[in-house]
Ligand binder design. Sequence first.
Ligand SMILES: [Zn+2]
Length: 436
Amino acid sequence: MEIRYWNKEIETADREKLRQIQLQRLKSIIASALKTPFYSRRLPSVGIHSPDDIKSLDDLRKIPFTTKDDLRQNYPKGLLSVDTSEVVRIHTSSGTTGVPTVIYLSAKDLDAATDIMARSIYATGTDKTDILQNMMSYGLFTGGLCMHYGAERVGLMVIPAAGGNTKRQIQLMKDFRTTVLHITPSYLLHVHSKLAEYSVAVSDLALKKAFVGAEPHSENTRRKIEDLFDIDAYNSYGLSEMNGPGVAFECVYKTDLHLWEDAYIVEIINPKTGELVPDGKEGEVILTNLIRHAMPLMRYRTRDLAFLHKESCPCKRTHRRLSRILGRTDDMLIINGVNIFPSQIEEVIMKIPEVGTNYQICVEKQGALDRLIVKVELYSKIFMGEAKQIDNLKAKIADELKASITLKPAVELHEPGVLPVFEGKAVRVVDSRPKL
Ligand SMILES: [Zn+2]
């Protein structure tokens, strides 16, 4: 049988070889892009009339960025390069404004995306002996189906559990001896808080690993997950516009995420100026998809903030590693003039041992000023402890947050189960200030 999930030649190719693959695939993507209504207008306007106008990878930078607004304005078919009879699947995302975006995959595109997903899974040391419980939502969202196809390609037994119904999820984990979960970090923490209620101990389960993704989370959240379940948690990165999870994935060394550079060209830019920033420096992640022809997407502004590592990885893969997502250009909160990313708050509270598995960040207006309230759930035995200790803990959390974000929030401590629970992507921030 042909192995489609471990390609040593490509995964450890030298940088020059990778650049050659990228250039050849970019030319091929340009040919497809010129067949779409959107890029057939945009590319000639910057002097690109055929793939031959791309002489080197530097020519990519002639192409203007493609934004989420471009996708919305060209919904539903403006970026489609083929007749719909060639399309085998679509995914859509609704976005916060309710205007949808769509991606299209041909049979060949789906096959290529599945190979990359399978490669990601295999890089974590997961193989056909593993049993994956896929707890991401199936359907129009890419997280469920794309992981499902990749896991089947590696030969895992897949339990397509989708999101929700925590009691049944725990039952499935027990009955089928699930070894790997694919899940959002917030939902995984919630699952842990429910184990006792269903009289299940972590030791009753066969879990070894979790692939966590679909929402930014801190290193301290990863550690918490690993400690609570006694497993390895691997960070995964993807977005529906790029085919979903598996754009970048951690290998067994868990030293941040290999971004598969034969399938994607990554650039990191200063989001304000659009200028490239060097490796090691934080900026907005820009991606060009090299393996999807039915709907080409070039220099897409993801709005995710991260940096690329300069050092090589002990696994010898040469594809550069992307840091965890440090925030999004559109999730920054400005509170009384101070710029704060929710991820900074999470980083602080998740390393405090008394803090449980759920939290919420609220911003409201009080007179002319903004008020930041950080609500955290404590483990029950801590919450039932002495009042003085609780007061001390509250002060400690407020002080540690001030040291990180420079302003001191109000801290509320709650018993477990009080704050809203999310079985998919968590909504951690509630900003009730009037919109300007
Ligand atoms: Zn590695």
